[in-house]
Design a protein around this ligand. Structure first.
Ligand code: NAD
Ligand code: UPG
Length: 441
């Protein structure tokens, strides 16, 4: 099939590459010429395990191309996947300007039947807005009768595992009110659907809400555990044992129950906000979700609260090693990363920071800019030099079994604040390391 992916970010590029891998002919369009230049020169603008191989293979096979040429891209696809950003607006609602712009650019150029697929995370009712924008452009061209469909197909991939998630989805949600479009969606997803039928076809509004419901549920689990971790500390319990204890109940399950430094990334924070906003506008305030967001804001500060408890509120003259800058492992993405709050809170109190991350050093340099109070170092051990304590913010694999002797020998005093509960408190005690995790009373 002929497919166009509009937007070559995490969602658009992964969608385009994975659909090409299944034999489709895919054109990926972006308005950012720099991204398209990198892709056309064989590079990948984001860090995503396995993506480079898929892209290279399909470019070489002539099934995948990248362009800024909107005319060509719109003409090419029968299915046009919109995967552009939907950042939070000032009031927390999703800013739909990029989605609507993409829709208009289709309406301004299409000459035959198209299925326009909303893959971006968008509030209920967006498909109607997309339909109206396309129609308006067609009417301007005197083509008001031209047939097209708008389908909702929210994406559930996780960064750091995007290719794997796309290739082996738990489910493919399709919101469609158009029979022909549903058939085409079934066809495009059939290779991902072979062992069992993973496709859930529903009405458009339910599909749009499903995406927010999934992220909100996962964020709720995390905030719930983070709050419980605060309680565990006070009552002398260990949140990790509590996690195992409840996760073993199949009704609860083990996933997304890790207490930490708060959820970050480009999705949970903005999607929780947007759903809270939609609900408030509708007159159905979501009280649980409002609390989820508040708990998360507090949680991002918990690690520094522990530093303050140990070293005092005035951190002038202190230096801290920070391990982990990306919002989670296996990505270089720092959008809404808890590390940014940790660094801000430490430096605001007068401390200096030496930070290390296995892949997001370039992104960190871009996001943080040149600063006297933050140095980005090339090796984890280098961050420890002259530091009063180590703070672990992201649970990269290479931090799981570090050289504890080196940590002890290099820090000014052996103090570790572990925002991801990577180590056994008993082991740390035995090693003579002062250790503070999350929720380990
Ligand atoms: N990142 C994720 O893990 C993830 C997962 C599921 C859903 N989503 C949702 O998917 C959407 C995209 O997220 P992302 O992380 O891939 O975004 P991103 O910021 O990485 O990429 C968006 C891309 O769209 C491009 N773009 C903007 N307007 C355009 C236009 N009119 N035509 C062509 N290209 C245009 C931008 O230049 C950018 O390259 C969001 O709604 C997000 O909530 C993201
Ligand atoms: O037990 C857990 C699990 C996750 N997190 C944090 O939660 C955030 C989000 O993690 P994750 O969900 O793995 O990453 P994302 O790439 O943001 O993926 C989420 O957001 C995407 C965009 O909507 C969805 O497609 C995915 O299904 C959804 O998991 C990160 O800061 C994690 O550190 C925890 O604190 N504890």
């Amino acid at each position: 099939m002929k497919v166009t992916a509009i937007g070559t970010g995490y969602v658009g590029l992964v969608t385009g590459a994975c659909l090409a891998e299944m034999g489709n002919h895919v054109v990926c369009l972006d308005v950012n010429p720099e991204k398209i230049r990198i892709l056309n020169e064989g590079g990948i603008p984001i860090h995503e395990p396995g993506l480079e191989e898929v892209v290279k293979r399909n470019v070489a096979a002539g099934r995948l191309q990248f362009t800024t040429d909107v005319d060509m891209a719109v003409q090419h696809g029968t299915l046009l996947f919109i995967g552009v950003g939907t950042p939070p607006d000032e009031d927390g609602s999703a800013d739909l300007q990029y989605v609507v712009a993409a829709a208009r650019s289709i309406g301004q150029r299409m000459t035959d039947y198209k299925v326009i697929v909303d893959k971006s995370t968008v509030p209920v009712g967006t498909a109607d807005k997309v339909r109206a924008a396309v129609k308006e452009e067609l009417v301007k061209r005197g083509l008001g009768d031209m047939s097209f469909a708008v389908v909702s197909n929210p994406e559930f991939l996780k960064e750091g595992a995007a290719v794997e998630d796309f290739m082996k989805p738990d489910r493919v949600v399709v919101g469609s009110d158009d029979e022909q479009a549903t058939l085409l969606m079934r066809a495009i997803y059939s290779p991902f659907n072979r062992t069992q039928d993973r496709m859930l076809v529903m009405d458009v509004r339910s599909a749009e809400l499903t995406k927010y419901a999934a992220n909100a549920m996962l964020a709720t689990r995390i905030s719930f555990m983070n709050e419980l971790a605060l309680l565990a500390e006070k009552v002398g319990a260990d949140i990790d044992l509590v996690r195992r204890g409840i996760g073993s109940d199949t009704r609860i399950g083990y996933q997304f129950l890790y207490a930490g430094t708060g959820y970050g990334g480009s999705c949970f924070p903005k999607d929780v906000k947007a759903l809270v906003r939609t609900a408030a506008d509708t007159g159905i305030p979501l009280k649980v979700l409002t609390a989820v967001e508040e708990a998360n804001e507090r949680q991002k500060r918990v690690l520094v609260d522990k530093v303050v408890e140990r070293f005092g509120a005035d951190l002038k003259g202190r230096r801290f090693a920070v391990w982990g800058l990306a919002f989670k492992p296996n990505t270089d993405d720092m959008r809404e990363a808890p590390s940014l709050v940790v660094i801000d809170e430490l430096t605001r109190r007068g401390a200096t920071v030496a930070a290390y991350d296995p892949v997001s050093m370039a992104e960190a340099a871009r996001v943080l800019g040149p600063r006297d109070d933050v140095s980005l170092v090339e090796r984890a051990e280098a961050a420890l030099q002259g530091a009063d304590a180590l703070l672990i913010v992201t649970e990269w694999k290479e931090f799981r079994t570090p050289d504890f002797d080196a940590i002890k020998g290099t820090l000014k005093a052996p103090v570790v604040f572990d925002g991801r509960n990577l180590y056994d408190p008993k082991l740390m005690k035995a090693l003579g390391i002062e250790y503070r995790g999350i929720g380990r009373g």
